[in-house]
Ligand binder design. Structure first.
Ligand code: 475
Length: 800
């Protein structure tokens, strides 16, 4: 391959092109242009630059017949694109200068872009980081997802309670996508199956068209760009005029209605299974469109013999959501391409891999055979064949299988159809082996591998934390951005007072900026020198935001007892959405907001304790909060958080962690050193034992003065009517499945150690340096290299 010569445009070039797009694409003269017009003109200008590496990918991959990775995910939580693209293209300085020439405010422009919130939380954000790392490493890859018209709901608070409103990011033109009307596939549902001359034919009862919308994802240094291909649903026949004219208006509109609902909303369910027919249809819609596209491309490039598929195609299933890929690929191979079942099974198994993201039983997908048989009748037949074959070939009839109690177990299906199955942190992978897939692991010992998660350092450090990035560049050079292990070079600076001062100043700059935002948005006056203590993630019982707010209440009480004590000023920041139907999580939101309202106006404690809960936590908010954090709250019940990825972002940005031995916390602590991490709480094994003890909650509460006080203050109505959070109180006293009570004292004590440590600024900053310096392992580039070597067996394109 020819060496890549990238001629970067100058500031003047950029400003010319922006004006060109403003006039010729937006159709506006500069004197009439709004922020929106300018943002689109700038986005098109940047998009023009991405097209070069994008075409390079297409030509190289096709001409050289390279193996490709296909990442199938129901969620891609990409957030804003413009700022990240500017940085990856290496155009930040030129763009700053161009915006100066045009007299435009960069923050206003970047802030005008809506978040592409096509995901709920960790799983969707991981998919987005993976897409960026795949491009950074020059691996030919496609992400396949759904182009939801409405991403995750917008959250606001009314009277302290969560209210959901639809998010309509596509209400305005989305400058990053290219619609591909030529790549459209028909996707069927329902109907019946018949056998004609020994061949099985499925006659779907309804169908929609999946239409491709492509977004290029450019990697670091702008050398390579992969495609995120999102499917939008279109009606098969635009409108049944004949039916309409004969008066059957509702029937005429049916195909349109089906199409619209399919790609309309993202299920706002994080780790709870909704069990809805529409969800199953969405999962099949994504998977079937992706597989047709993959086979078409393979046959274009390599001919009709599909036995070679596994040599050129590696498919990754992001959790079980696209697990119908197994039966669908077999169906295509058998019914459309004439292969026999054994051969089809073998090809499919050599091509597919599955990542597990959760052990929570309620999040493991299962569909009733009744529903599966109705929506996907042919697939149910194939699932029965896979199940029977597995039982026979493992000689364990009746042992483990996919079909159980009239249900299709999607985890088992994904496992059995996968070449490799992976967990997302060392602890999680161990638990995958020893719990959910205990039996299957015994049968297929070599199948499960670990790939600890990671995050993209371009977005989560260079872009979101300019003060720190600048300091790193000045201290260790710029190579860390593409090789995060180089952060190790910082270690010697941990004892350099000048460097520690500079690091402290960088953090403070982020805290000042955040404080200004909190004042503007919430009217909260934050002290930038207080300890910024941040817990941001989906609201879920196992993540234990309740533990955090109860500790806050107990601390507030203690400060009241000795208001002249030597307290360490703290700002507690919460952020996160609850699934709309998850009542308990919503009551915790209500409680946090009510506690915040009371504590924030208490003059006695004001200088020591404040609480902020900005609504509508999303990727863009994370980009502001994480760089400003001193303390990262990673306090899930051990054994419940598969990995966590927020925890990695905080560490990289110089926050210290207070956390349990859960998910990737275990690896973070080992790497940064136990002395630079605030550990507390039961281990996964101890937690399981504790939970099995009858009356564990009550016993633990009786033992803990601080916990009792916190619960009592709530019950007394100090923060609002106690009935509002009755379900939370009742559950804590009587059930407490996530062991808030059992871990309470350990957490409270650990927080007091944090207080003491924070008072020694020098030492705290030294620990922060060591956290940053030792966080290189958590780059998603490292994770992707692991998948490449252990699972996909792919190489970067030559020359990259
Ligand atoms: C884990 N989402 C984190 C992260 O591996 C982990 C489930 C059902 C329906 C819709 N969304 C989901 C998840 O299960 C999820 O986000 N899991 C998370 O995956 C990436 O770091 O520990 O909870």
């Amino acid at each position: 391959m020819r060496p890549i010569v990238t001629q970067l445009p100058s500031a003047q070039d950029l400003s010319d092109q922006i004006l060109h797009h403003l006039t010729h694409t937006q159709g506006r003269g500069p004197e009439f242009a709004t922020i929106f017009d300018w943002r689109l003109a700038i986005s098109y200008t940047i998009r023009d630059q991405i097209v070069t590496p994008w075409m390079r990918n297409h030509r190289t991959s096709r001409n050289q017949g390279l193996k490709r990775v296909y990442y199938l995910s129901m969620e891609f939580l990409i957030g804003r694109i413009l700022g990240d693209a500017i940085i990856n293209l290496g155009l930040d300085q030129q763009m700053d200068a161009a915006l100066d020439i045009l007299d435009l405010d960069k923050q206003a422009i970047l802030g005008d872009e809506p978040d592409a919130a096509l995901g709920n939380g960790g799983l969707g954000r991981l998919a987005a980081c993976f897409m960026e790392s795949l491009s950074t490493l020059g691996v030919p890859a496609y992400g396949y997802g759904i182009r939801y018209e409405h991403g995750l709901f917008r959250q606001r608070f009314e009277g302290g309670q969560q209210v959901e409103a639809p998010e309509d990011w596509l209400n305005q033109p989305h400058p990053w996508e290219f619609v591909r009307v030529d790549y459209s596939y028909e996707i069927g549902f329902k109907g019946h199956v018949e056998t004609v001359d020994g061949r099985t034919v499925w006659h779907p009862g309804e169908s929609v068209i999946a239409r491709a919308y492509d977004t290029p994802v450019v990697g670091w240094k702008g050398r390579w760009a992969n495609t995120l291909r999102l499917w939008g649903a279109q009606p098969t026949n635009l409108f049944d005029l004949h039916r309409f004219n004969s008066g059957d208006h509702a029937e005429a509109a049916k195909p349109e209605a089906l199409a619209r609902t399919l790609s309309r909303v993202l299920y706002p369910d994080d780790t709870t299974d909704s069990g809805k027919e529409l969800r199953l249809k969405q999962e099949y819609f994504l998977t079937a469109a992706a597989l047709q596209d993959i086979l078409r491309r393979y046959m274009d490039e390599h001919g009709d013999d599909l036995t070679g598929l596994p040599d050129k195609v590696a498919i990754q299933l992001n959790d079980t959501h696209p697990a119908i890929a197994g039966p669908e690929l077999i169906r295509l191979l058998m019914d459309e391409h004439g292969y026999g079942f054994p051969e089809a099974l073998q090809i499919a198994r050599a091509t597919l891999n599955y990542t597990n993201h959760t052990l929570l039983p309620e999040a493991l997908e299962r569909w009733s055979t009744w529903l599966m048989g109705r929506v996907l009748p042919r697939h149910l037949q194939i699932i029965e064949m896979i199940d029977a074959e597995h039982r026979t070939s493992t000689r364990r009839p009746g042992h483990v299988g996919i079909l159980k109690d009239d249900q299709v177990l999607m985890g088992e299906l994904a496992f059995i159809m996968a070449n490799k199955v992976n967990g997302v942190s060392a602890l999680h992978t161990d638990l995958v082996r020893s719990t959910v897939f205990y039996d299957l692991n015994k049968l297929h010992g070599e199948k499960i591998v670990n790939e600890t998660n990671g995050v993209a350092p371009r977005r989560w450090l260079r872009m979101s934390n300019p003060p720190l990035a600048k300091l790193l560049d000045a201290t260790i050079g710029t190579e860390w951005t593409g090789d995060l292990d180089q952060l190790r070079l910082l270690e010697p600076h941990a004892t350099d007072p000048a460097f520690l001062d500079a690091l402290h100043a960088a953090k403070r700059q982020n805290k000042v900026a955040l404080s200004q935002g909190l004042l503007a948005d919430l009217g909260l006056k934050a002290d930038p020198d207080a300890l910024f203590d941040v817990q941001v993630k989906r609201m879920h019982e196992y993540k234990r935001q309740l533990l955090n707010i109860l500790e806050t209440i107990a601390l507030w009480h203690r400060i009241h007892e000795s208001p002249n004590g030597d307290w360490t000023p703290r700002l507690k920041i919460f952020g996160g959405k609850a699934a709309p139907g998850y009542w308990l999580a919503k009551s915790v939101i209500h409680l946090i907001n009510d506690v915040a309202a009371t504590i924030n106006k208490d003059p006695v404690t004001a200088k020591y304790l404040q609480i902020a809960y900005p609504p509508n936590y999303n990727v863009s908010m994370a980009e502001k909060l994480i760089p400003a954090a001193d303390l990262s709250e990673q306090i899930s019940t051990a054994g419940k958080e598969a990995s966590g990825t927020g925890n990695m972002k905080f560490t990289m940005n110089g926050a210290l962690t207070i956390g349990t031995l859960d998910g990737a916390n275990v690896e973070i602590r080992e790497l940064v050193g136990p002395e630079n991490f605030f550990l507390f709480g039961l281990t996964a094994e101890e937690a399981a034992a504790e939970k099995a003890k009858p009356g564990h909650a009550r016993a633990a509460i009786e033992k803990s003065e601080n916990m009792k006080i916190a619960l009592q203050l709530i019950a007394e109505g100090r923060f609002g009517r106690a009935e509002s959070y009755f379900s939370v109180l009742d559950r804590t006293w009587n059930d407490d499945p996530f062991l808030v009570a059992s871990d309470f004292d350990a957490y409270f004590d650990s927080q007091r150690q944090v207080d003491a440590a924070y008072r020694d600024t020098r030492d705290w900053d030294r620990m922060a340096v060591l956290n940053i310096a030792r966080s290189g392992y958590f780059s998603s580039d490292r994770t992707i290299r692991g998948y490449m070597a252990d699972i996909w067996h792919v190489e970067p394109a030559p020359g990259l």
